[in-house]
Design a protein around this ligand. Structure first.
Ligand code: HEM
Ligand SMILES: [Ca+2]
Ligand SMILES: [Ca+2]
Length: 300
């Protein structure tokens, strides 16, 4: 029941307003564009693209943001900037869940990513699903077969899954997610010079989780969503164990090679898979609600 331009009658400028806000935020805080993409993954993969990720802890319901799987997520407050702009033009009309989808679509363009067409009409959840986060979002060291079957279960095939990992061509990884590959001994699947660089970024085996020690996902083109990621992992410069597994698993490695060789092909596959992810099990019609603010459900 999602459709193109769902708000054409109820709020004709809705998509324009989101685009303007994403642009303004990008110019103030460039990494908001990175966050919109990760938000889409962490929202849509958990139950539904229903903005459940945005809810704060309230009324005895603990926020999904508290899950260790959501460690490092940032810029949540800026979704309210977008929401406020929409509310001032069209109160109670545009869902936070559609902001999840459209902000990712528009953020991508600032990162040099592909143009993606997205349908709208998603409604917002009335609860958060902290308990489901653990089983829904893979771990940084899960086996590739379990990662593939997780994506398969929402309709993303192997080729699409390999493409979505290309999101790790932007942004950062904190040392807590890296040190097990560096200490006490260096993971032999890691390029030795690169390991030396990473040890410089993460000098101790037990980083304080509060400290913001991190490494860029992709040193060459940190803020561009491009196929450098695939070139890096082919050169044993993947950061997470799951990143490196894409190369060692025979189910995924042929796609890695193709994407490393052809940025246009990577972009086409990324766009295709992102749409499938963004349409996972949406609430539509009179399901859910349209929140007034994205971090709280509406009060009865
Ligand atoms: C098996 C699948 C995946 C795992 C285990 C995984 C895990 C992670 C981890 C551990 C980080 C670093 C967090 C930190 O230390 O701050 C990260 C960052 C990131 N991930 Fe993933 N990820 C996966 C798939 C995806 C997908 C499908 C997308 C989007 C399409 C995505 C988008 C991002 C982005 C944009 C960042 C950088 C965030 C930032 O800099 O703020 N990831 N991921
Ligand atoms: Ca969700
Ligand atoms: Ca890049």
């Amino acid at each position: 029941e999602l459709q193109l331009n769902y708000y054409s009658e109820s709020c004709p400028r809705a998509e324009e307003i989101i685009k303007e806000q994403v642009a303004q935020l990008y110019h103030k805080h460039g990494n908001t564009a990175v966050s919109w993409i990760r938000n889409l993954f962490h929202d849509c993969m958990v139950k539904s693209c229903d903005a459940s990720i945005y809810l704060d802890t309230a009324n005895d319901q603990e926020s999904e943001k508290n899950s260790p799987k959501n460690f490092g997520m940032r810029n949540f407050k800026y979704v309210e900037t977008i929401k406020k702009a929409l509310e001032s033009e069209c109160p109670n009309t545009v869902s936070c869940a559609d902001i999840v989808a459209l902000s990712a679509r528009d953020g991508l363009l600032w990162l040099g990513g592909p143009r993606v067409e997205m349908r709208t009409g998603r409604k917002d959840s009335k609860e958060s699903y902290l308990a489901e986060v653990e089983s829904s979002i893979p771990n940084h060291n899960d086996s590739m077969s379990s990662v593939l079957s997780r994506f398969q279960s929402i309709g993303v095939d192997t080729e699409g899954t390999v493409a979505l990992f290309g999101a790790h061509s932007v942004g950062r990884v904190h040392c807590v997610n890296l040190v097990h590959r560096l200490y006490p001994t260096v993971d032999p699947t890691l390029d030795p010079d690169y390991a030396k660089y990473l040890k410089g970024r993460c000098p101790t085996p037990n980083p304080d989780p509060e400290a913001v020690l991190y490494s860029r996902n992709d040193r060459e083109t940190t803020m561009i969503l491009d196929n450098m990621y695939y070139k890096n992992i082919l050169n044993h410069k993947g950061l997470l164990i799951v990143d490196q597994e894409l190369v060692s698993d025979p189910n995924t490695s042929p796609f890695v090679e193709k994407m490393a060789a052809d940025n246009g092909y990577f972009h086409d596959q990324f766009a295709r898979a992102l749409v499938i992810l963004s349409e996972n099990n949406p609430l539509t019609g009179d399901q859910g609600e349209i929140r007034k603010v994205c971090r709280y459900v509406n009060s009865a």
